[in-house]
Design a protein around this ligand. Structure first.
Ligand SMILES: [Zn+2]
Length: 87
């Protein structure tokens, strides 16, 4: 069951270990401090996810809450957290 819990943002891959979708696939409505998406809002189909991600990237990969941004932040590494079905 545990392996179905999603902790990474589907849009940007930010992952602080807290569930954004629970083991039943239900969104936890967590607002991402990085891309500012809320889990469950507009991220339930892959074309919307890609659209939101594209918009975020095109806008300059801004952090909504920069204090969460690690000093050694690596965008590509973070994007790799995105579950394969949401890439
Ligand atoms: Zn995000």
């Amino acid at each position: 069951m545990d392996d179905k819990i999603e902790t990474a943002c589907r849009i940007c891959g930010y992952d602080d270990g807290d569930a954004v979708f629970n083991e039943y696939g239900a969104p936890q409505y967590v607002i991402c401090p990085c891309c500012y998406n809320e889990s469950g809002i507009g991220d339930d189909n892959v074309s919307q996810v890609r659209e939101l991600r594209g918009y975020w990237v095109a806008s300059g990969v801004l952090w909504h809450d920069p204090k969460f941004r690690p000093a050694d932040w690596d965008l590509v590494k973070q994007l790799a957290n995105i579950p394969p079905e949401w890439r």
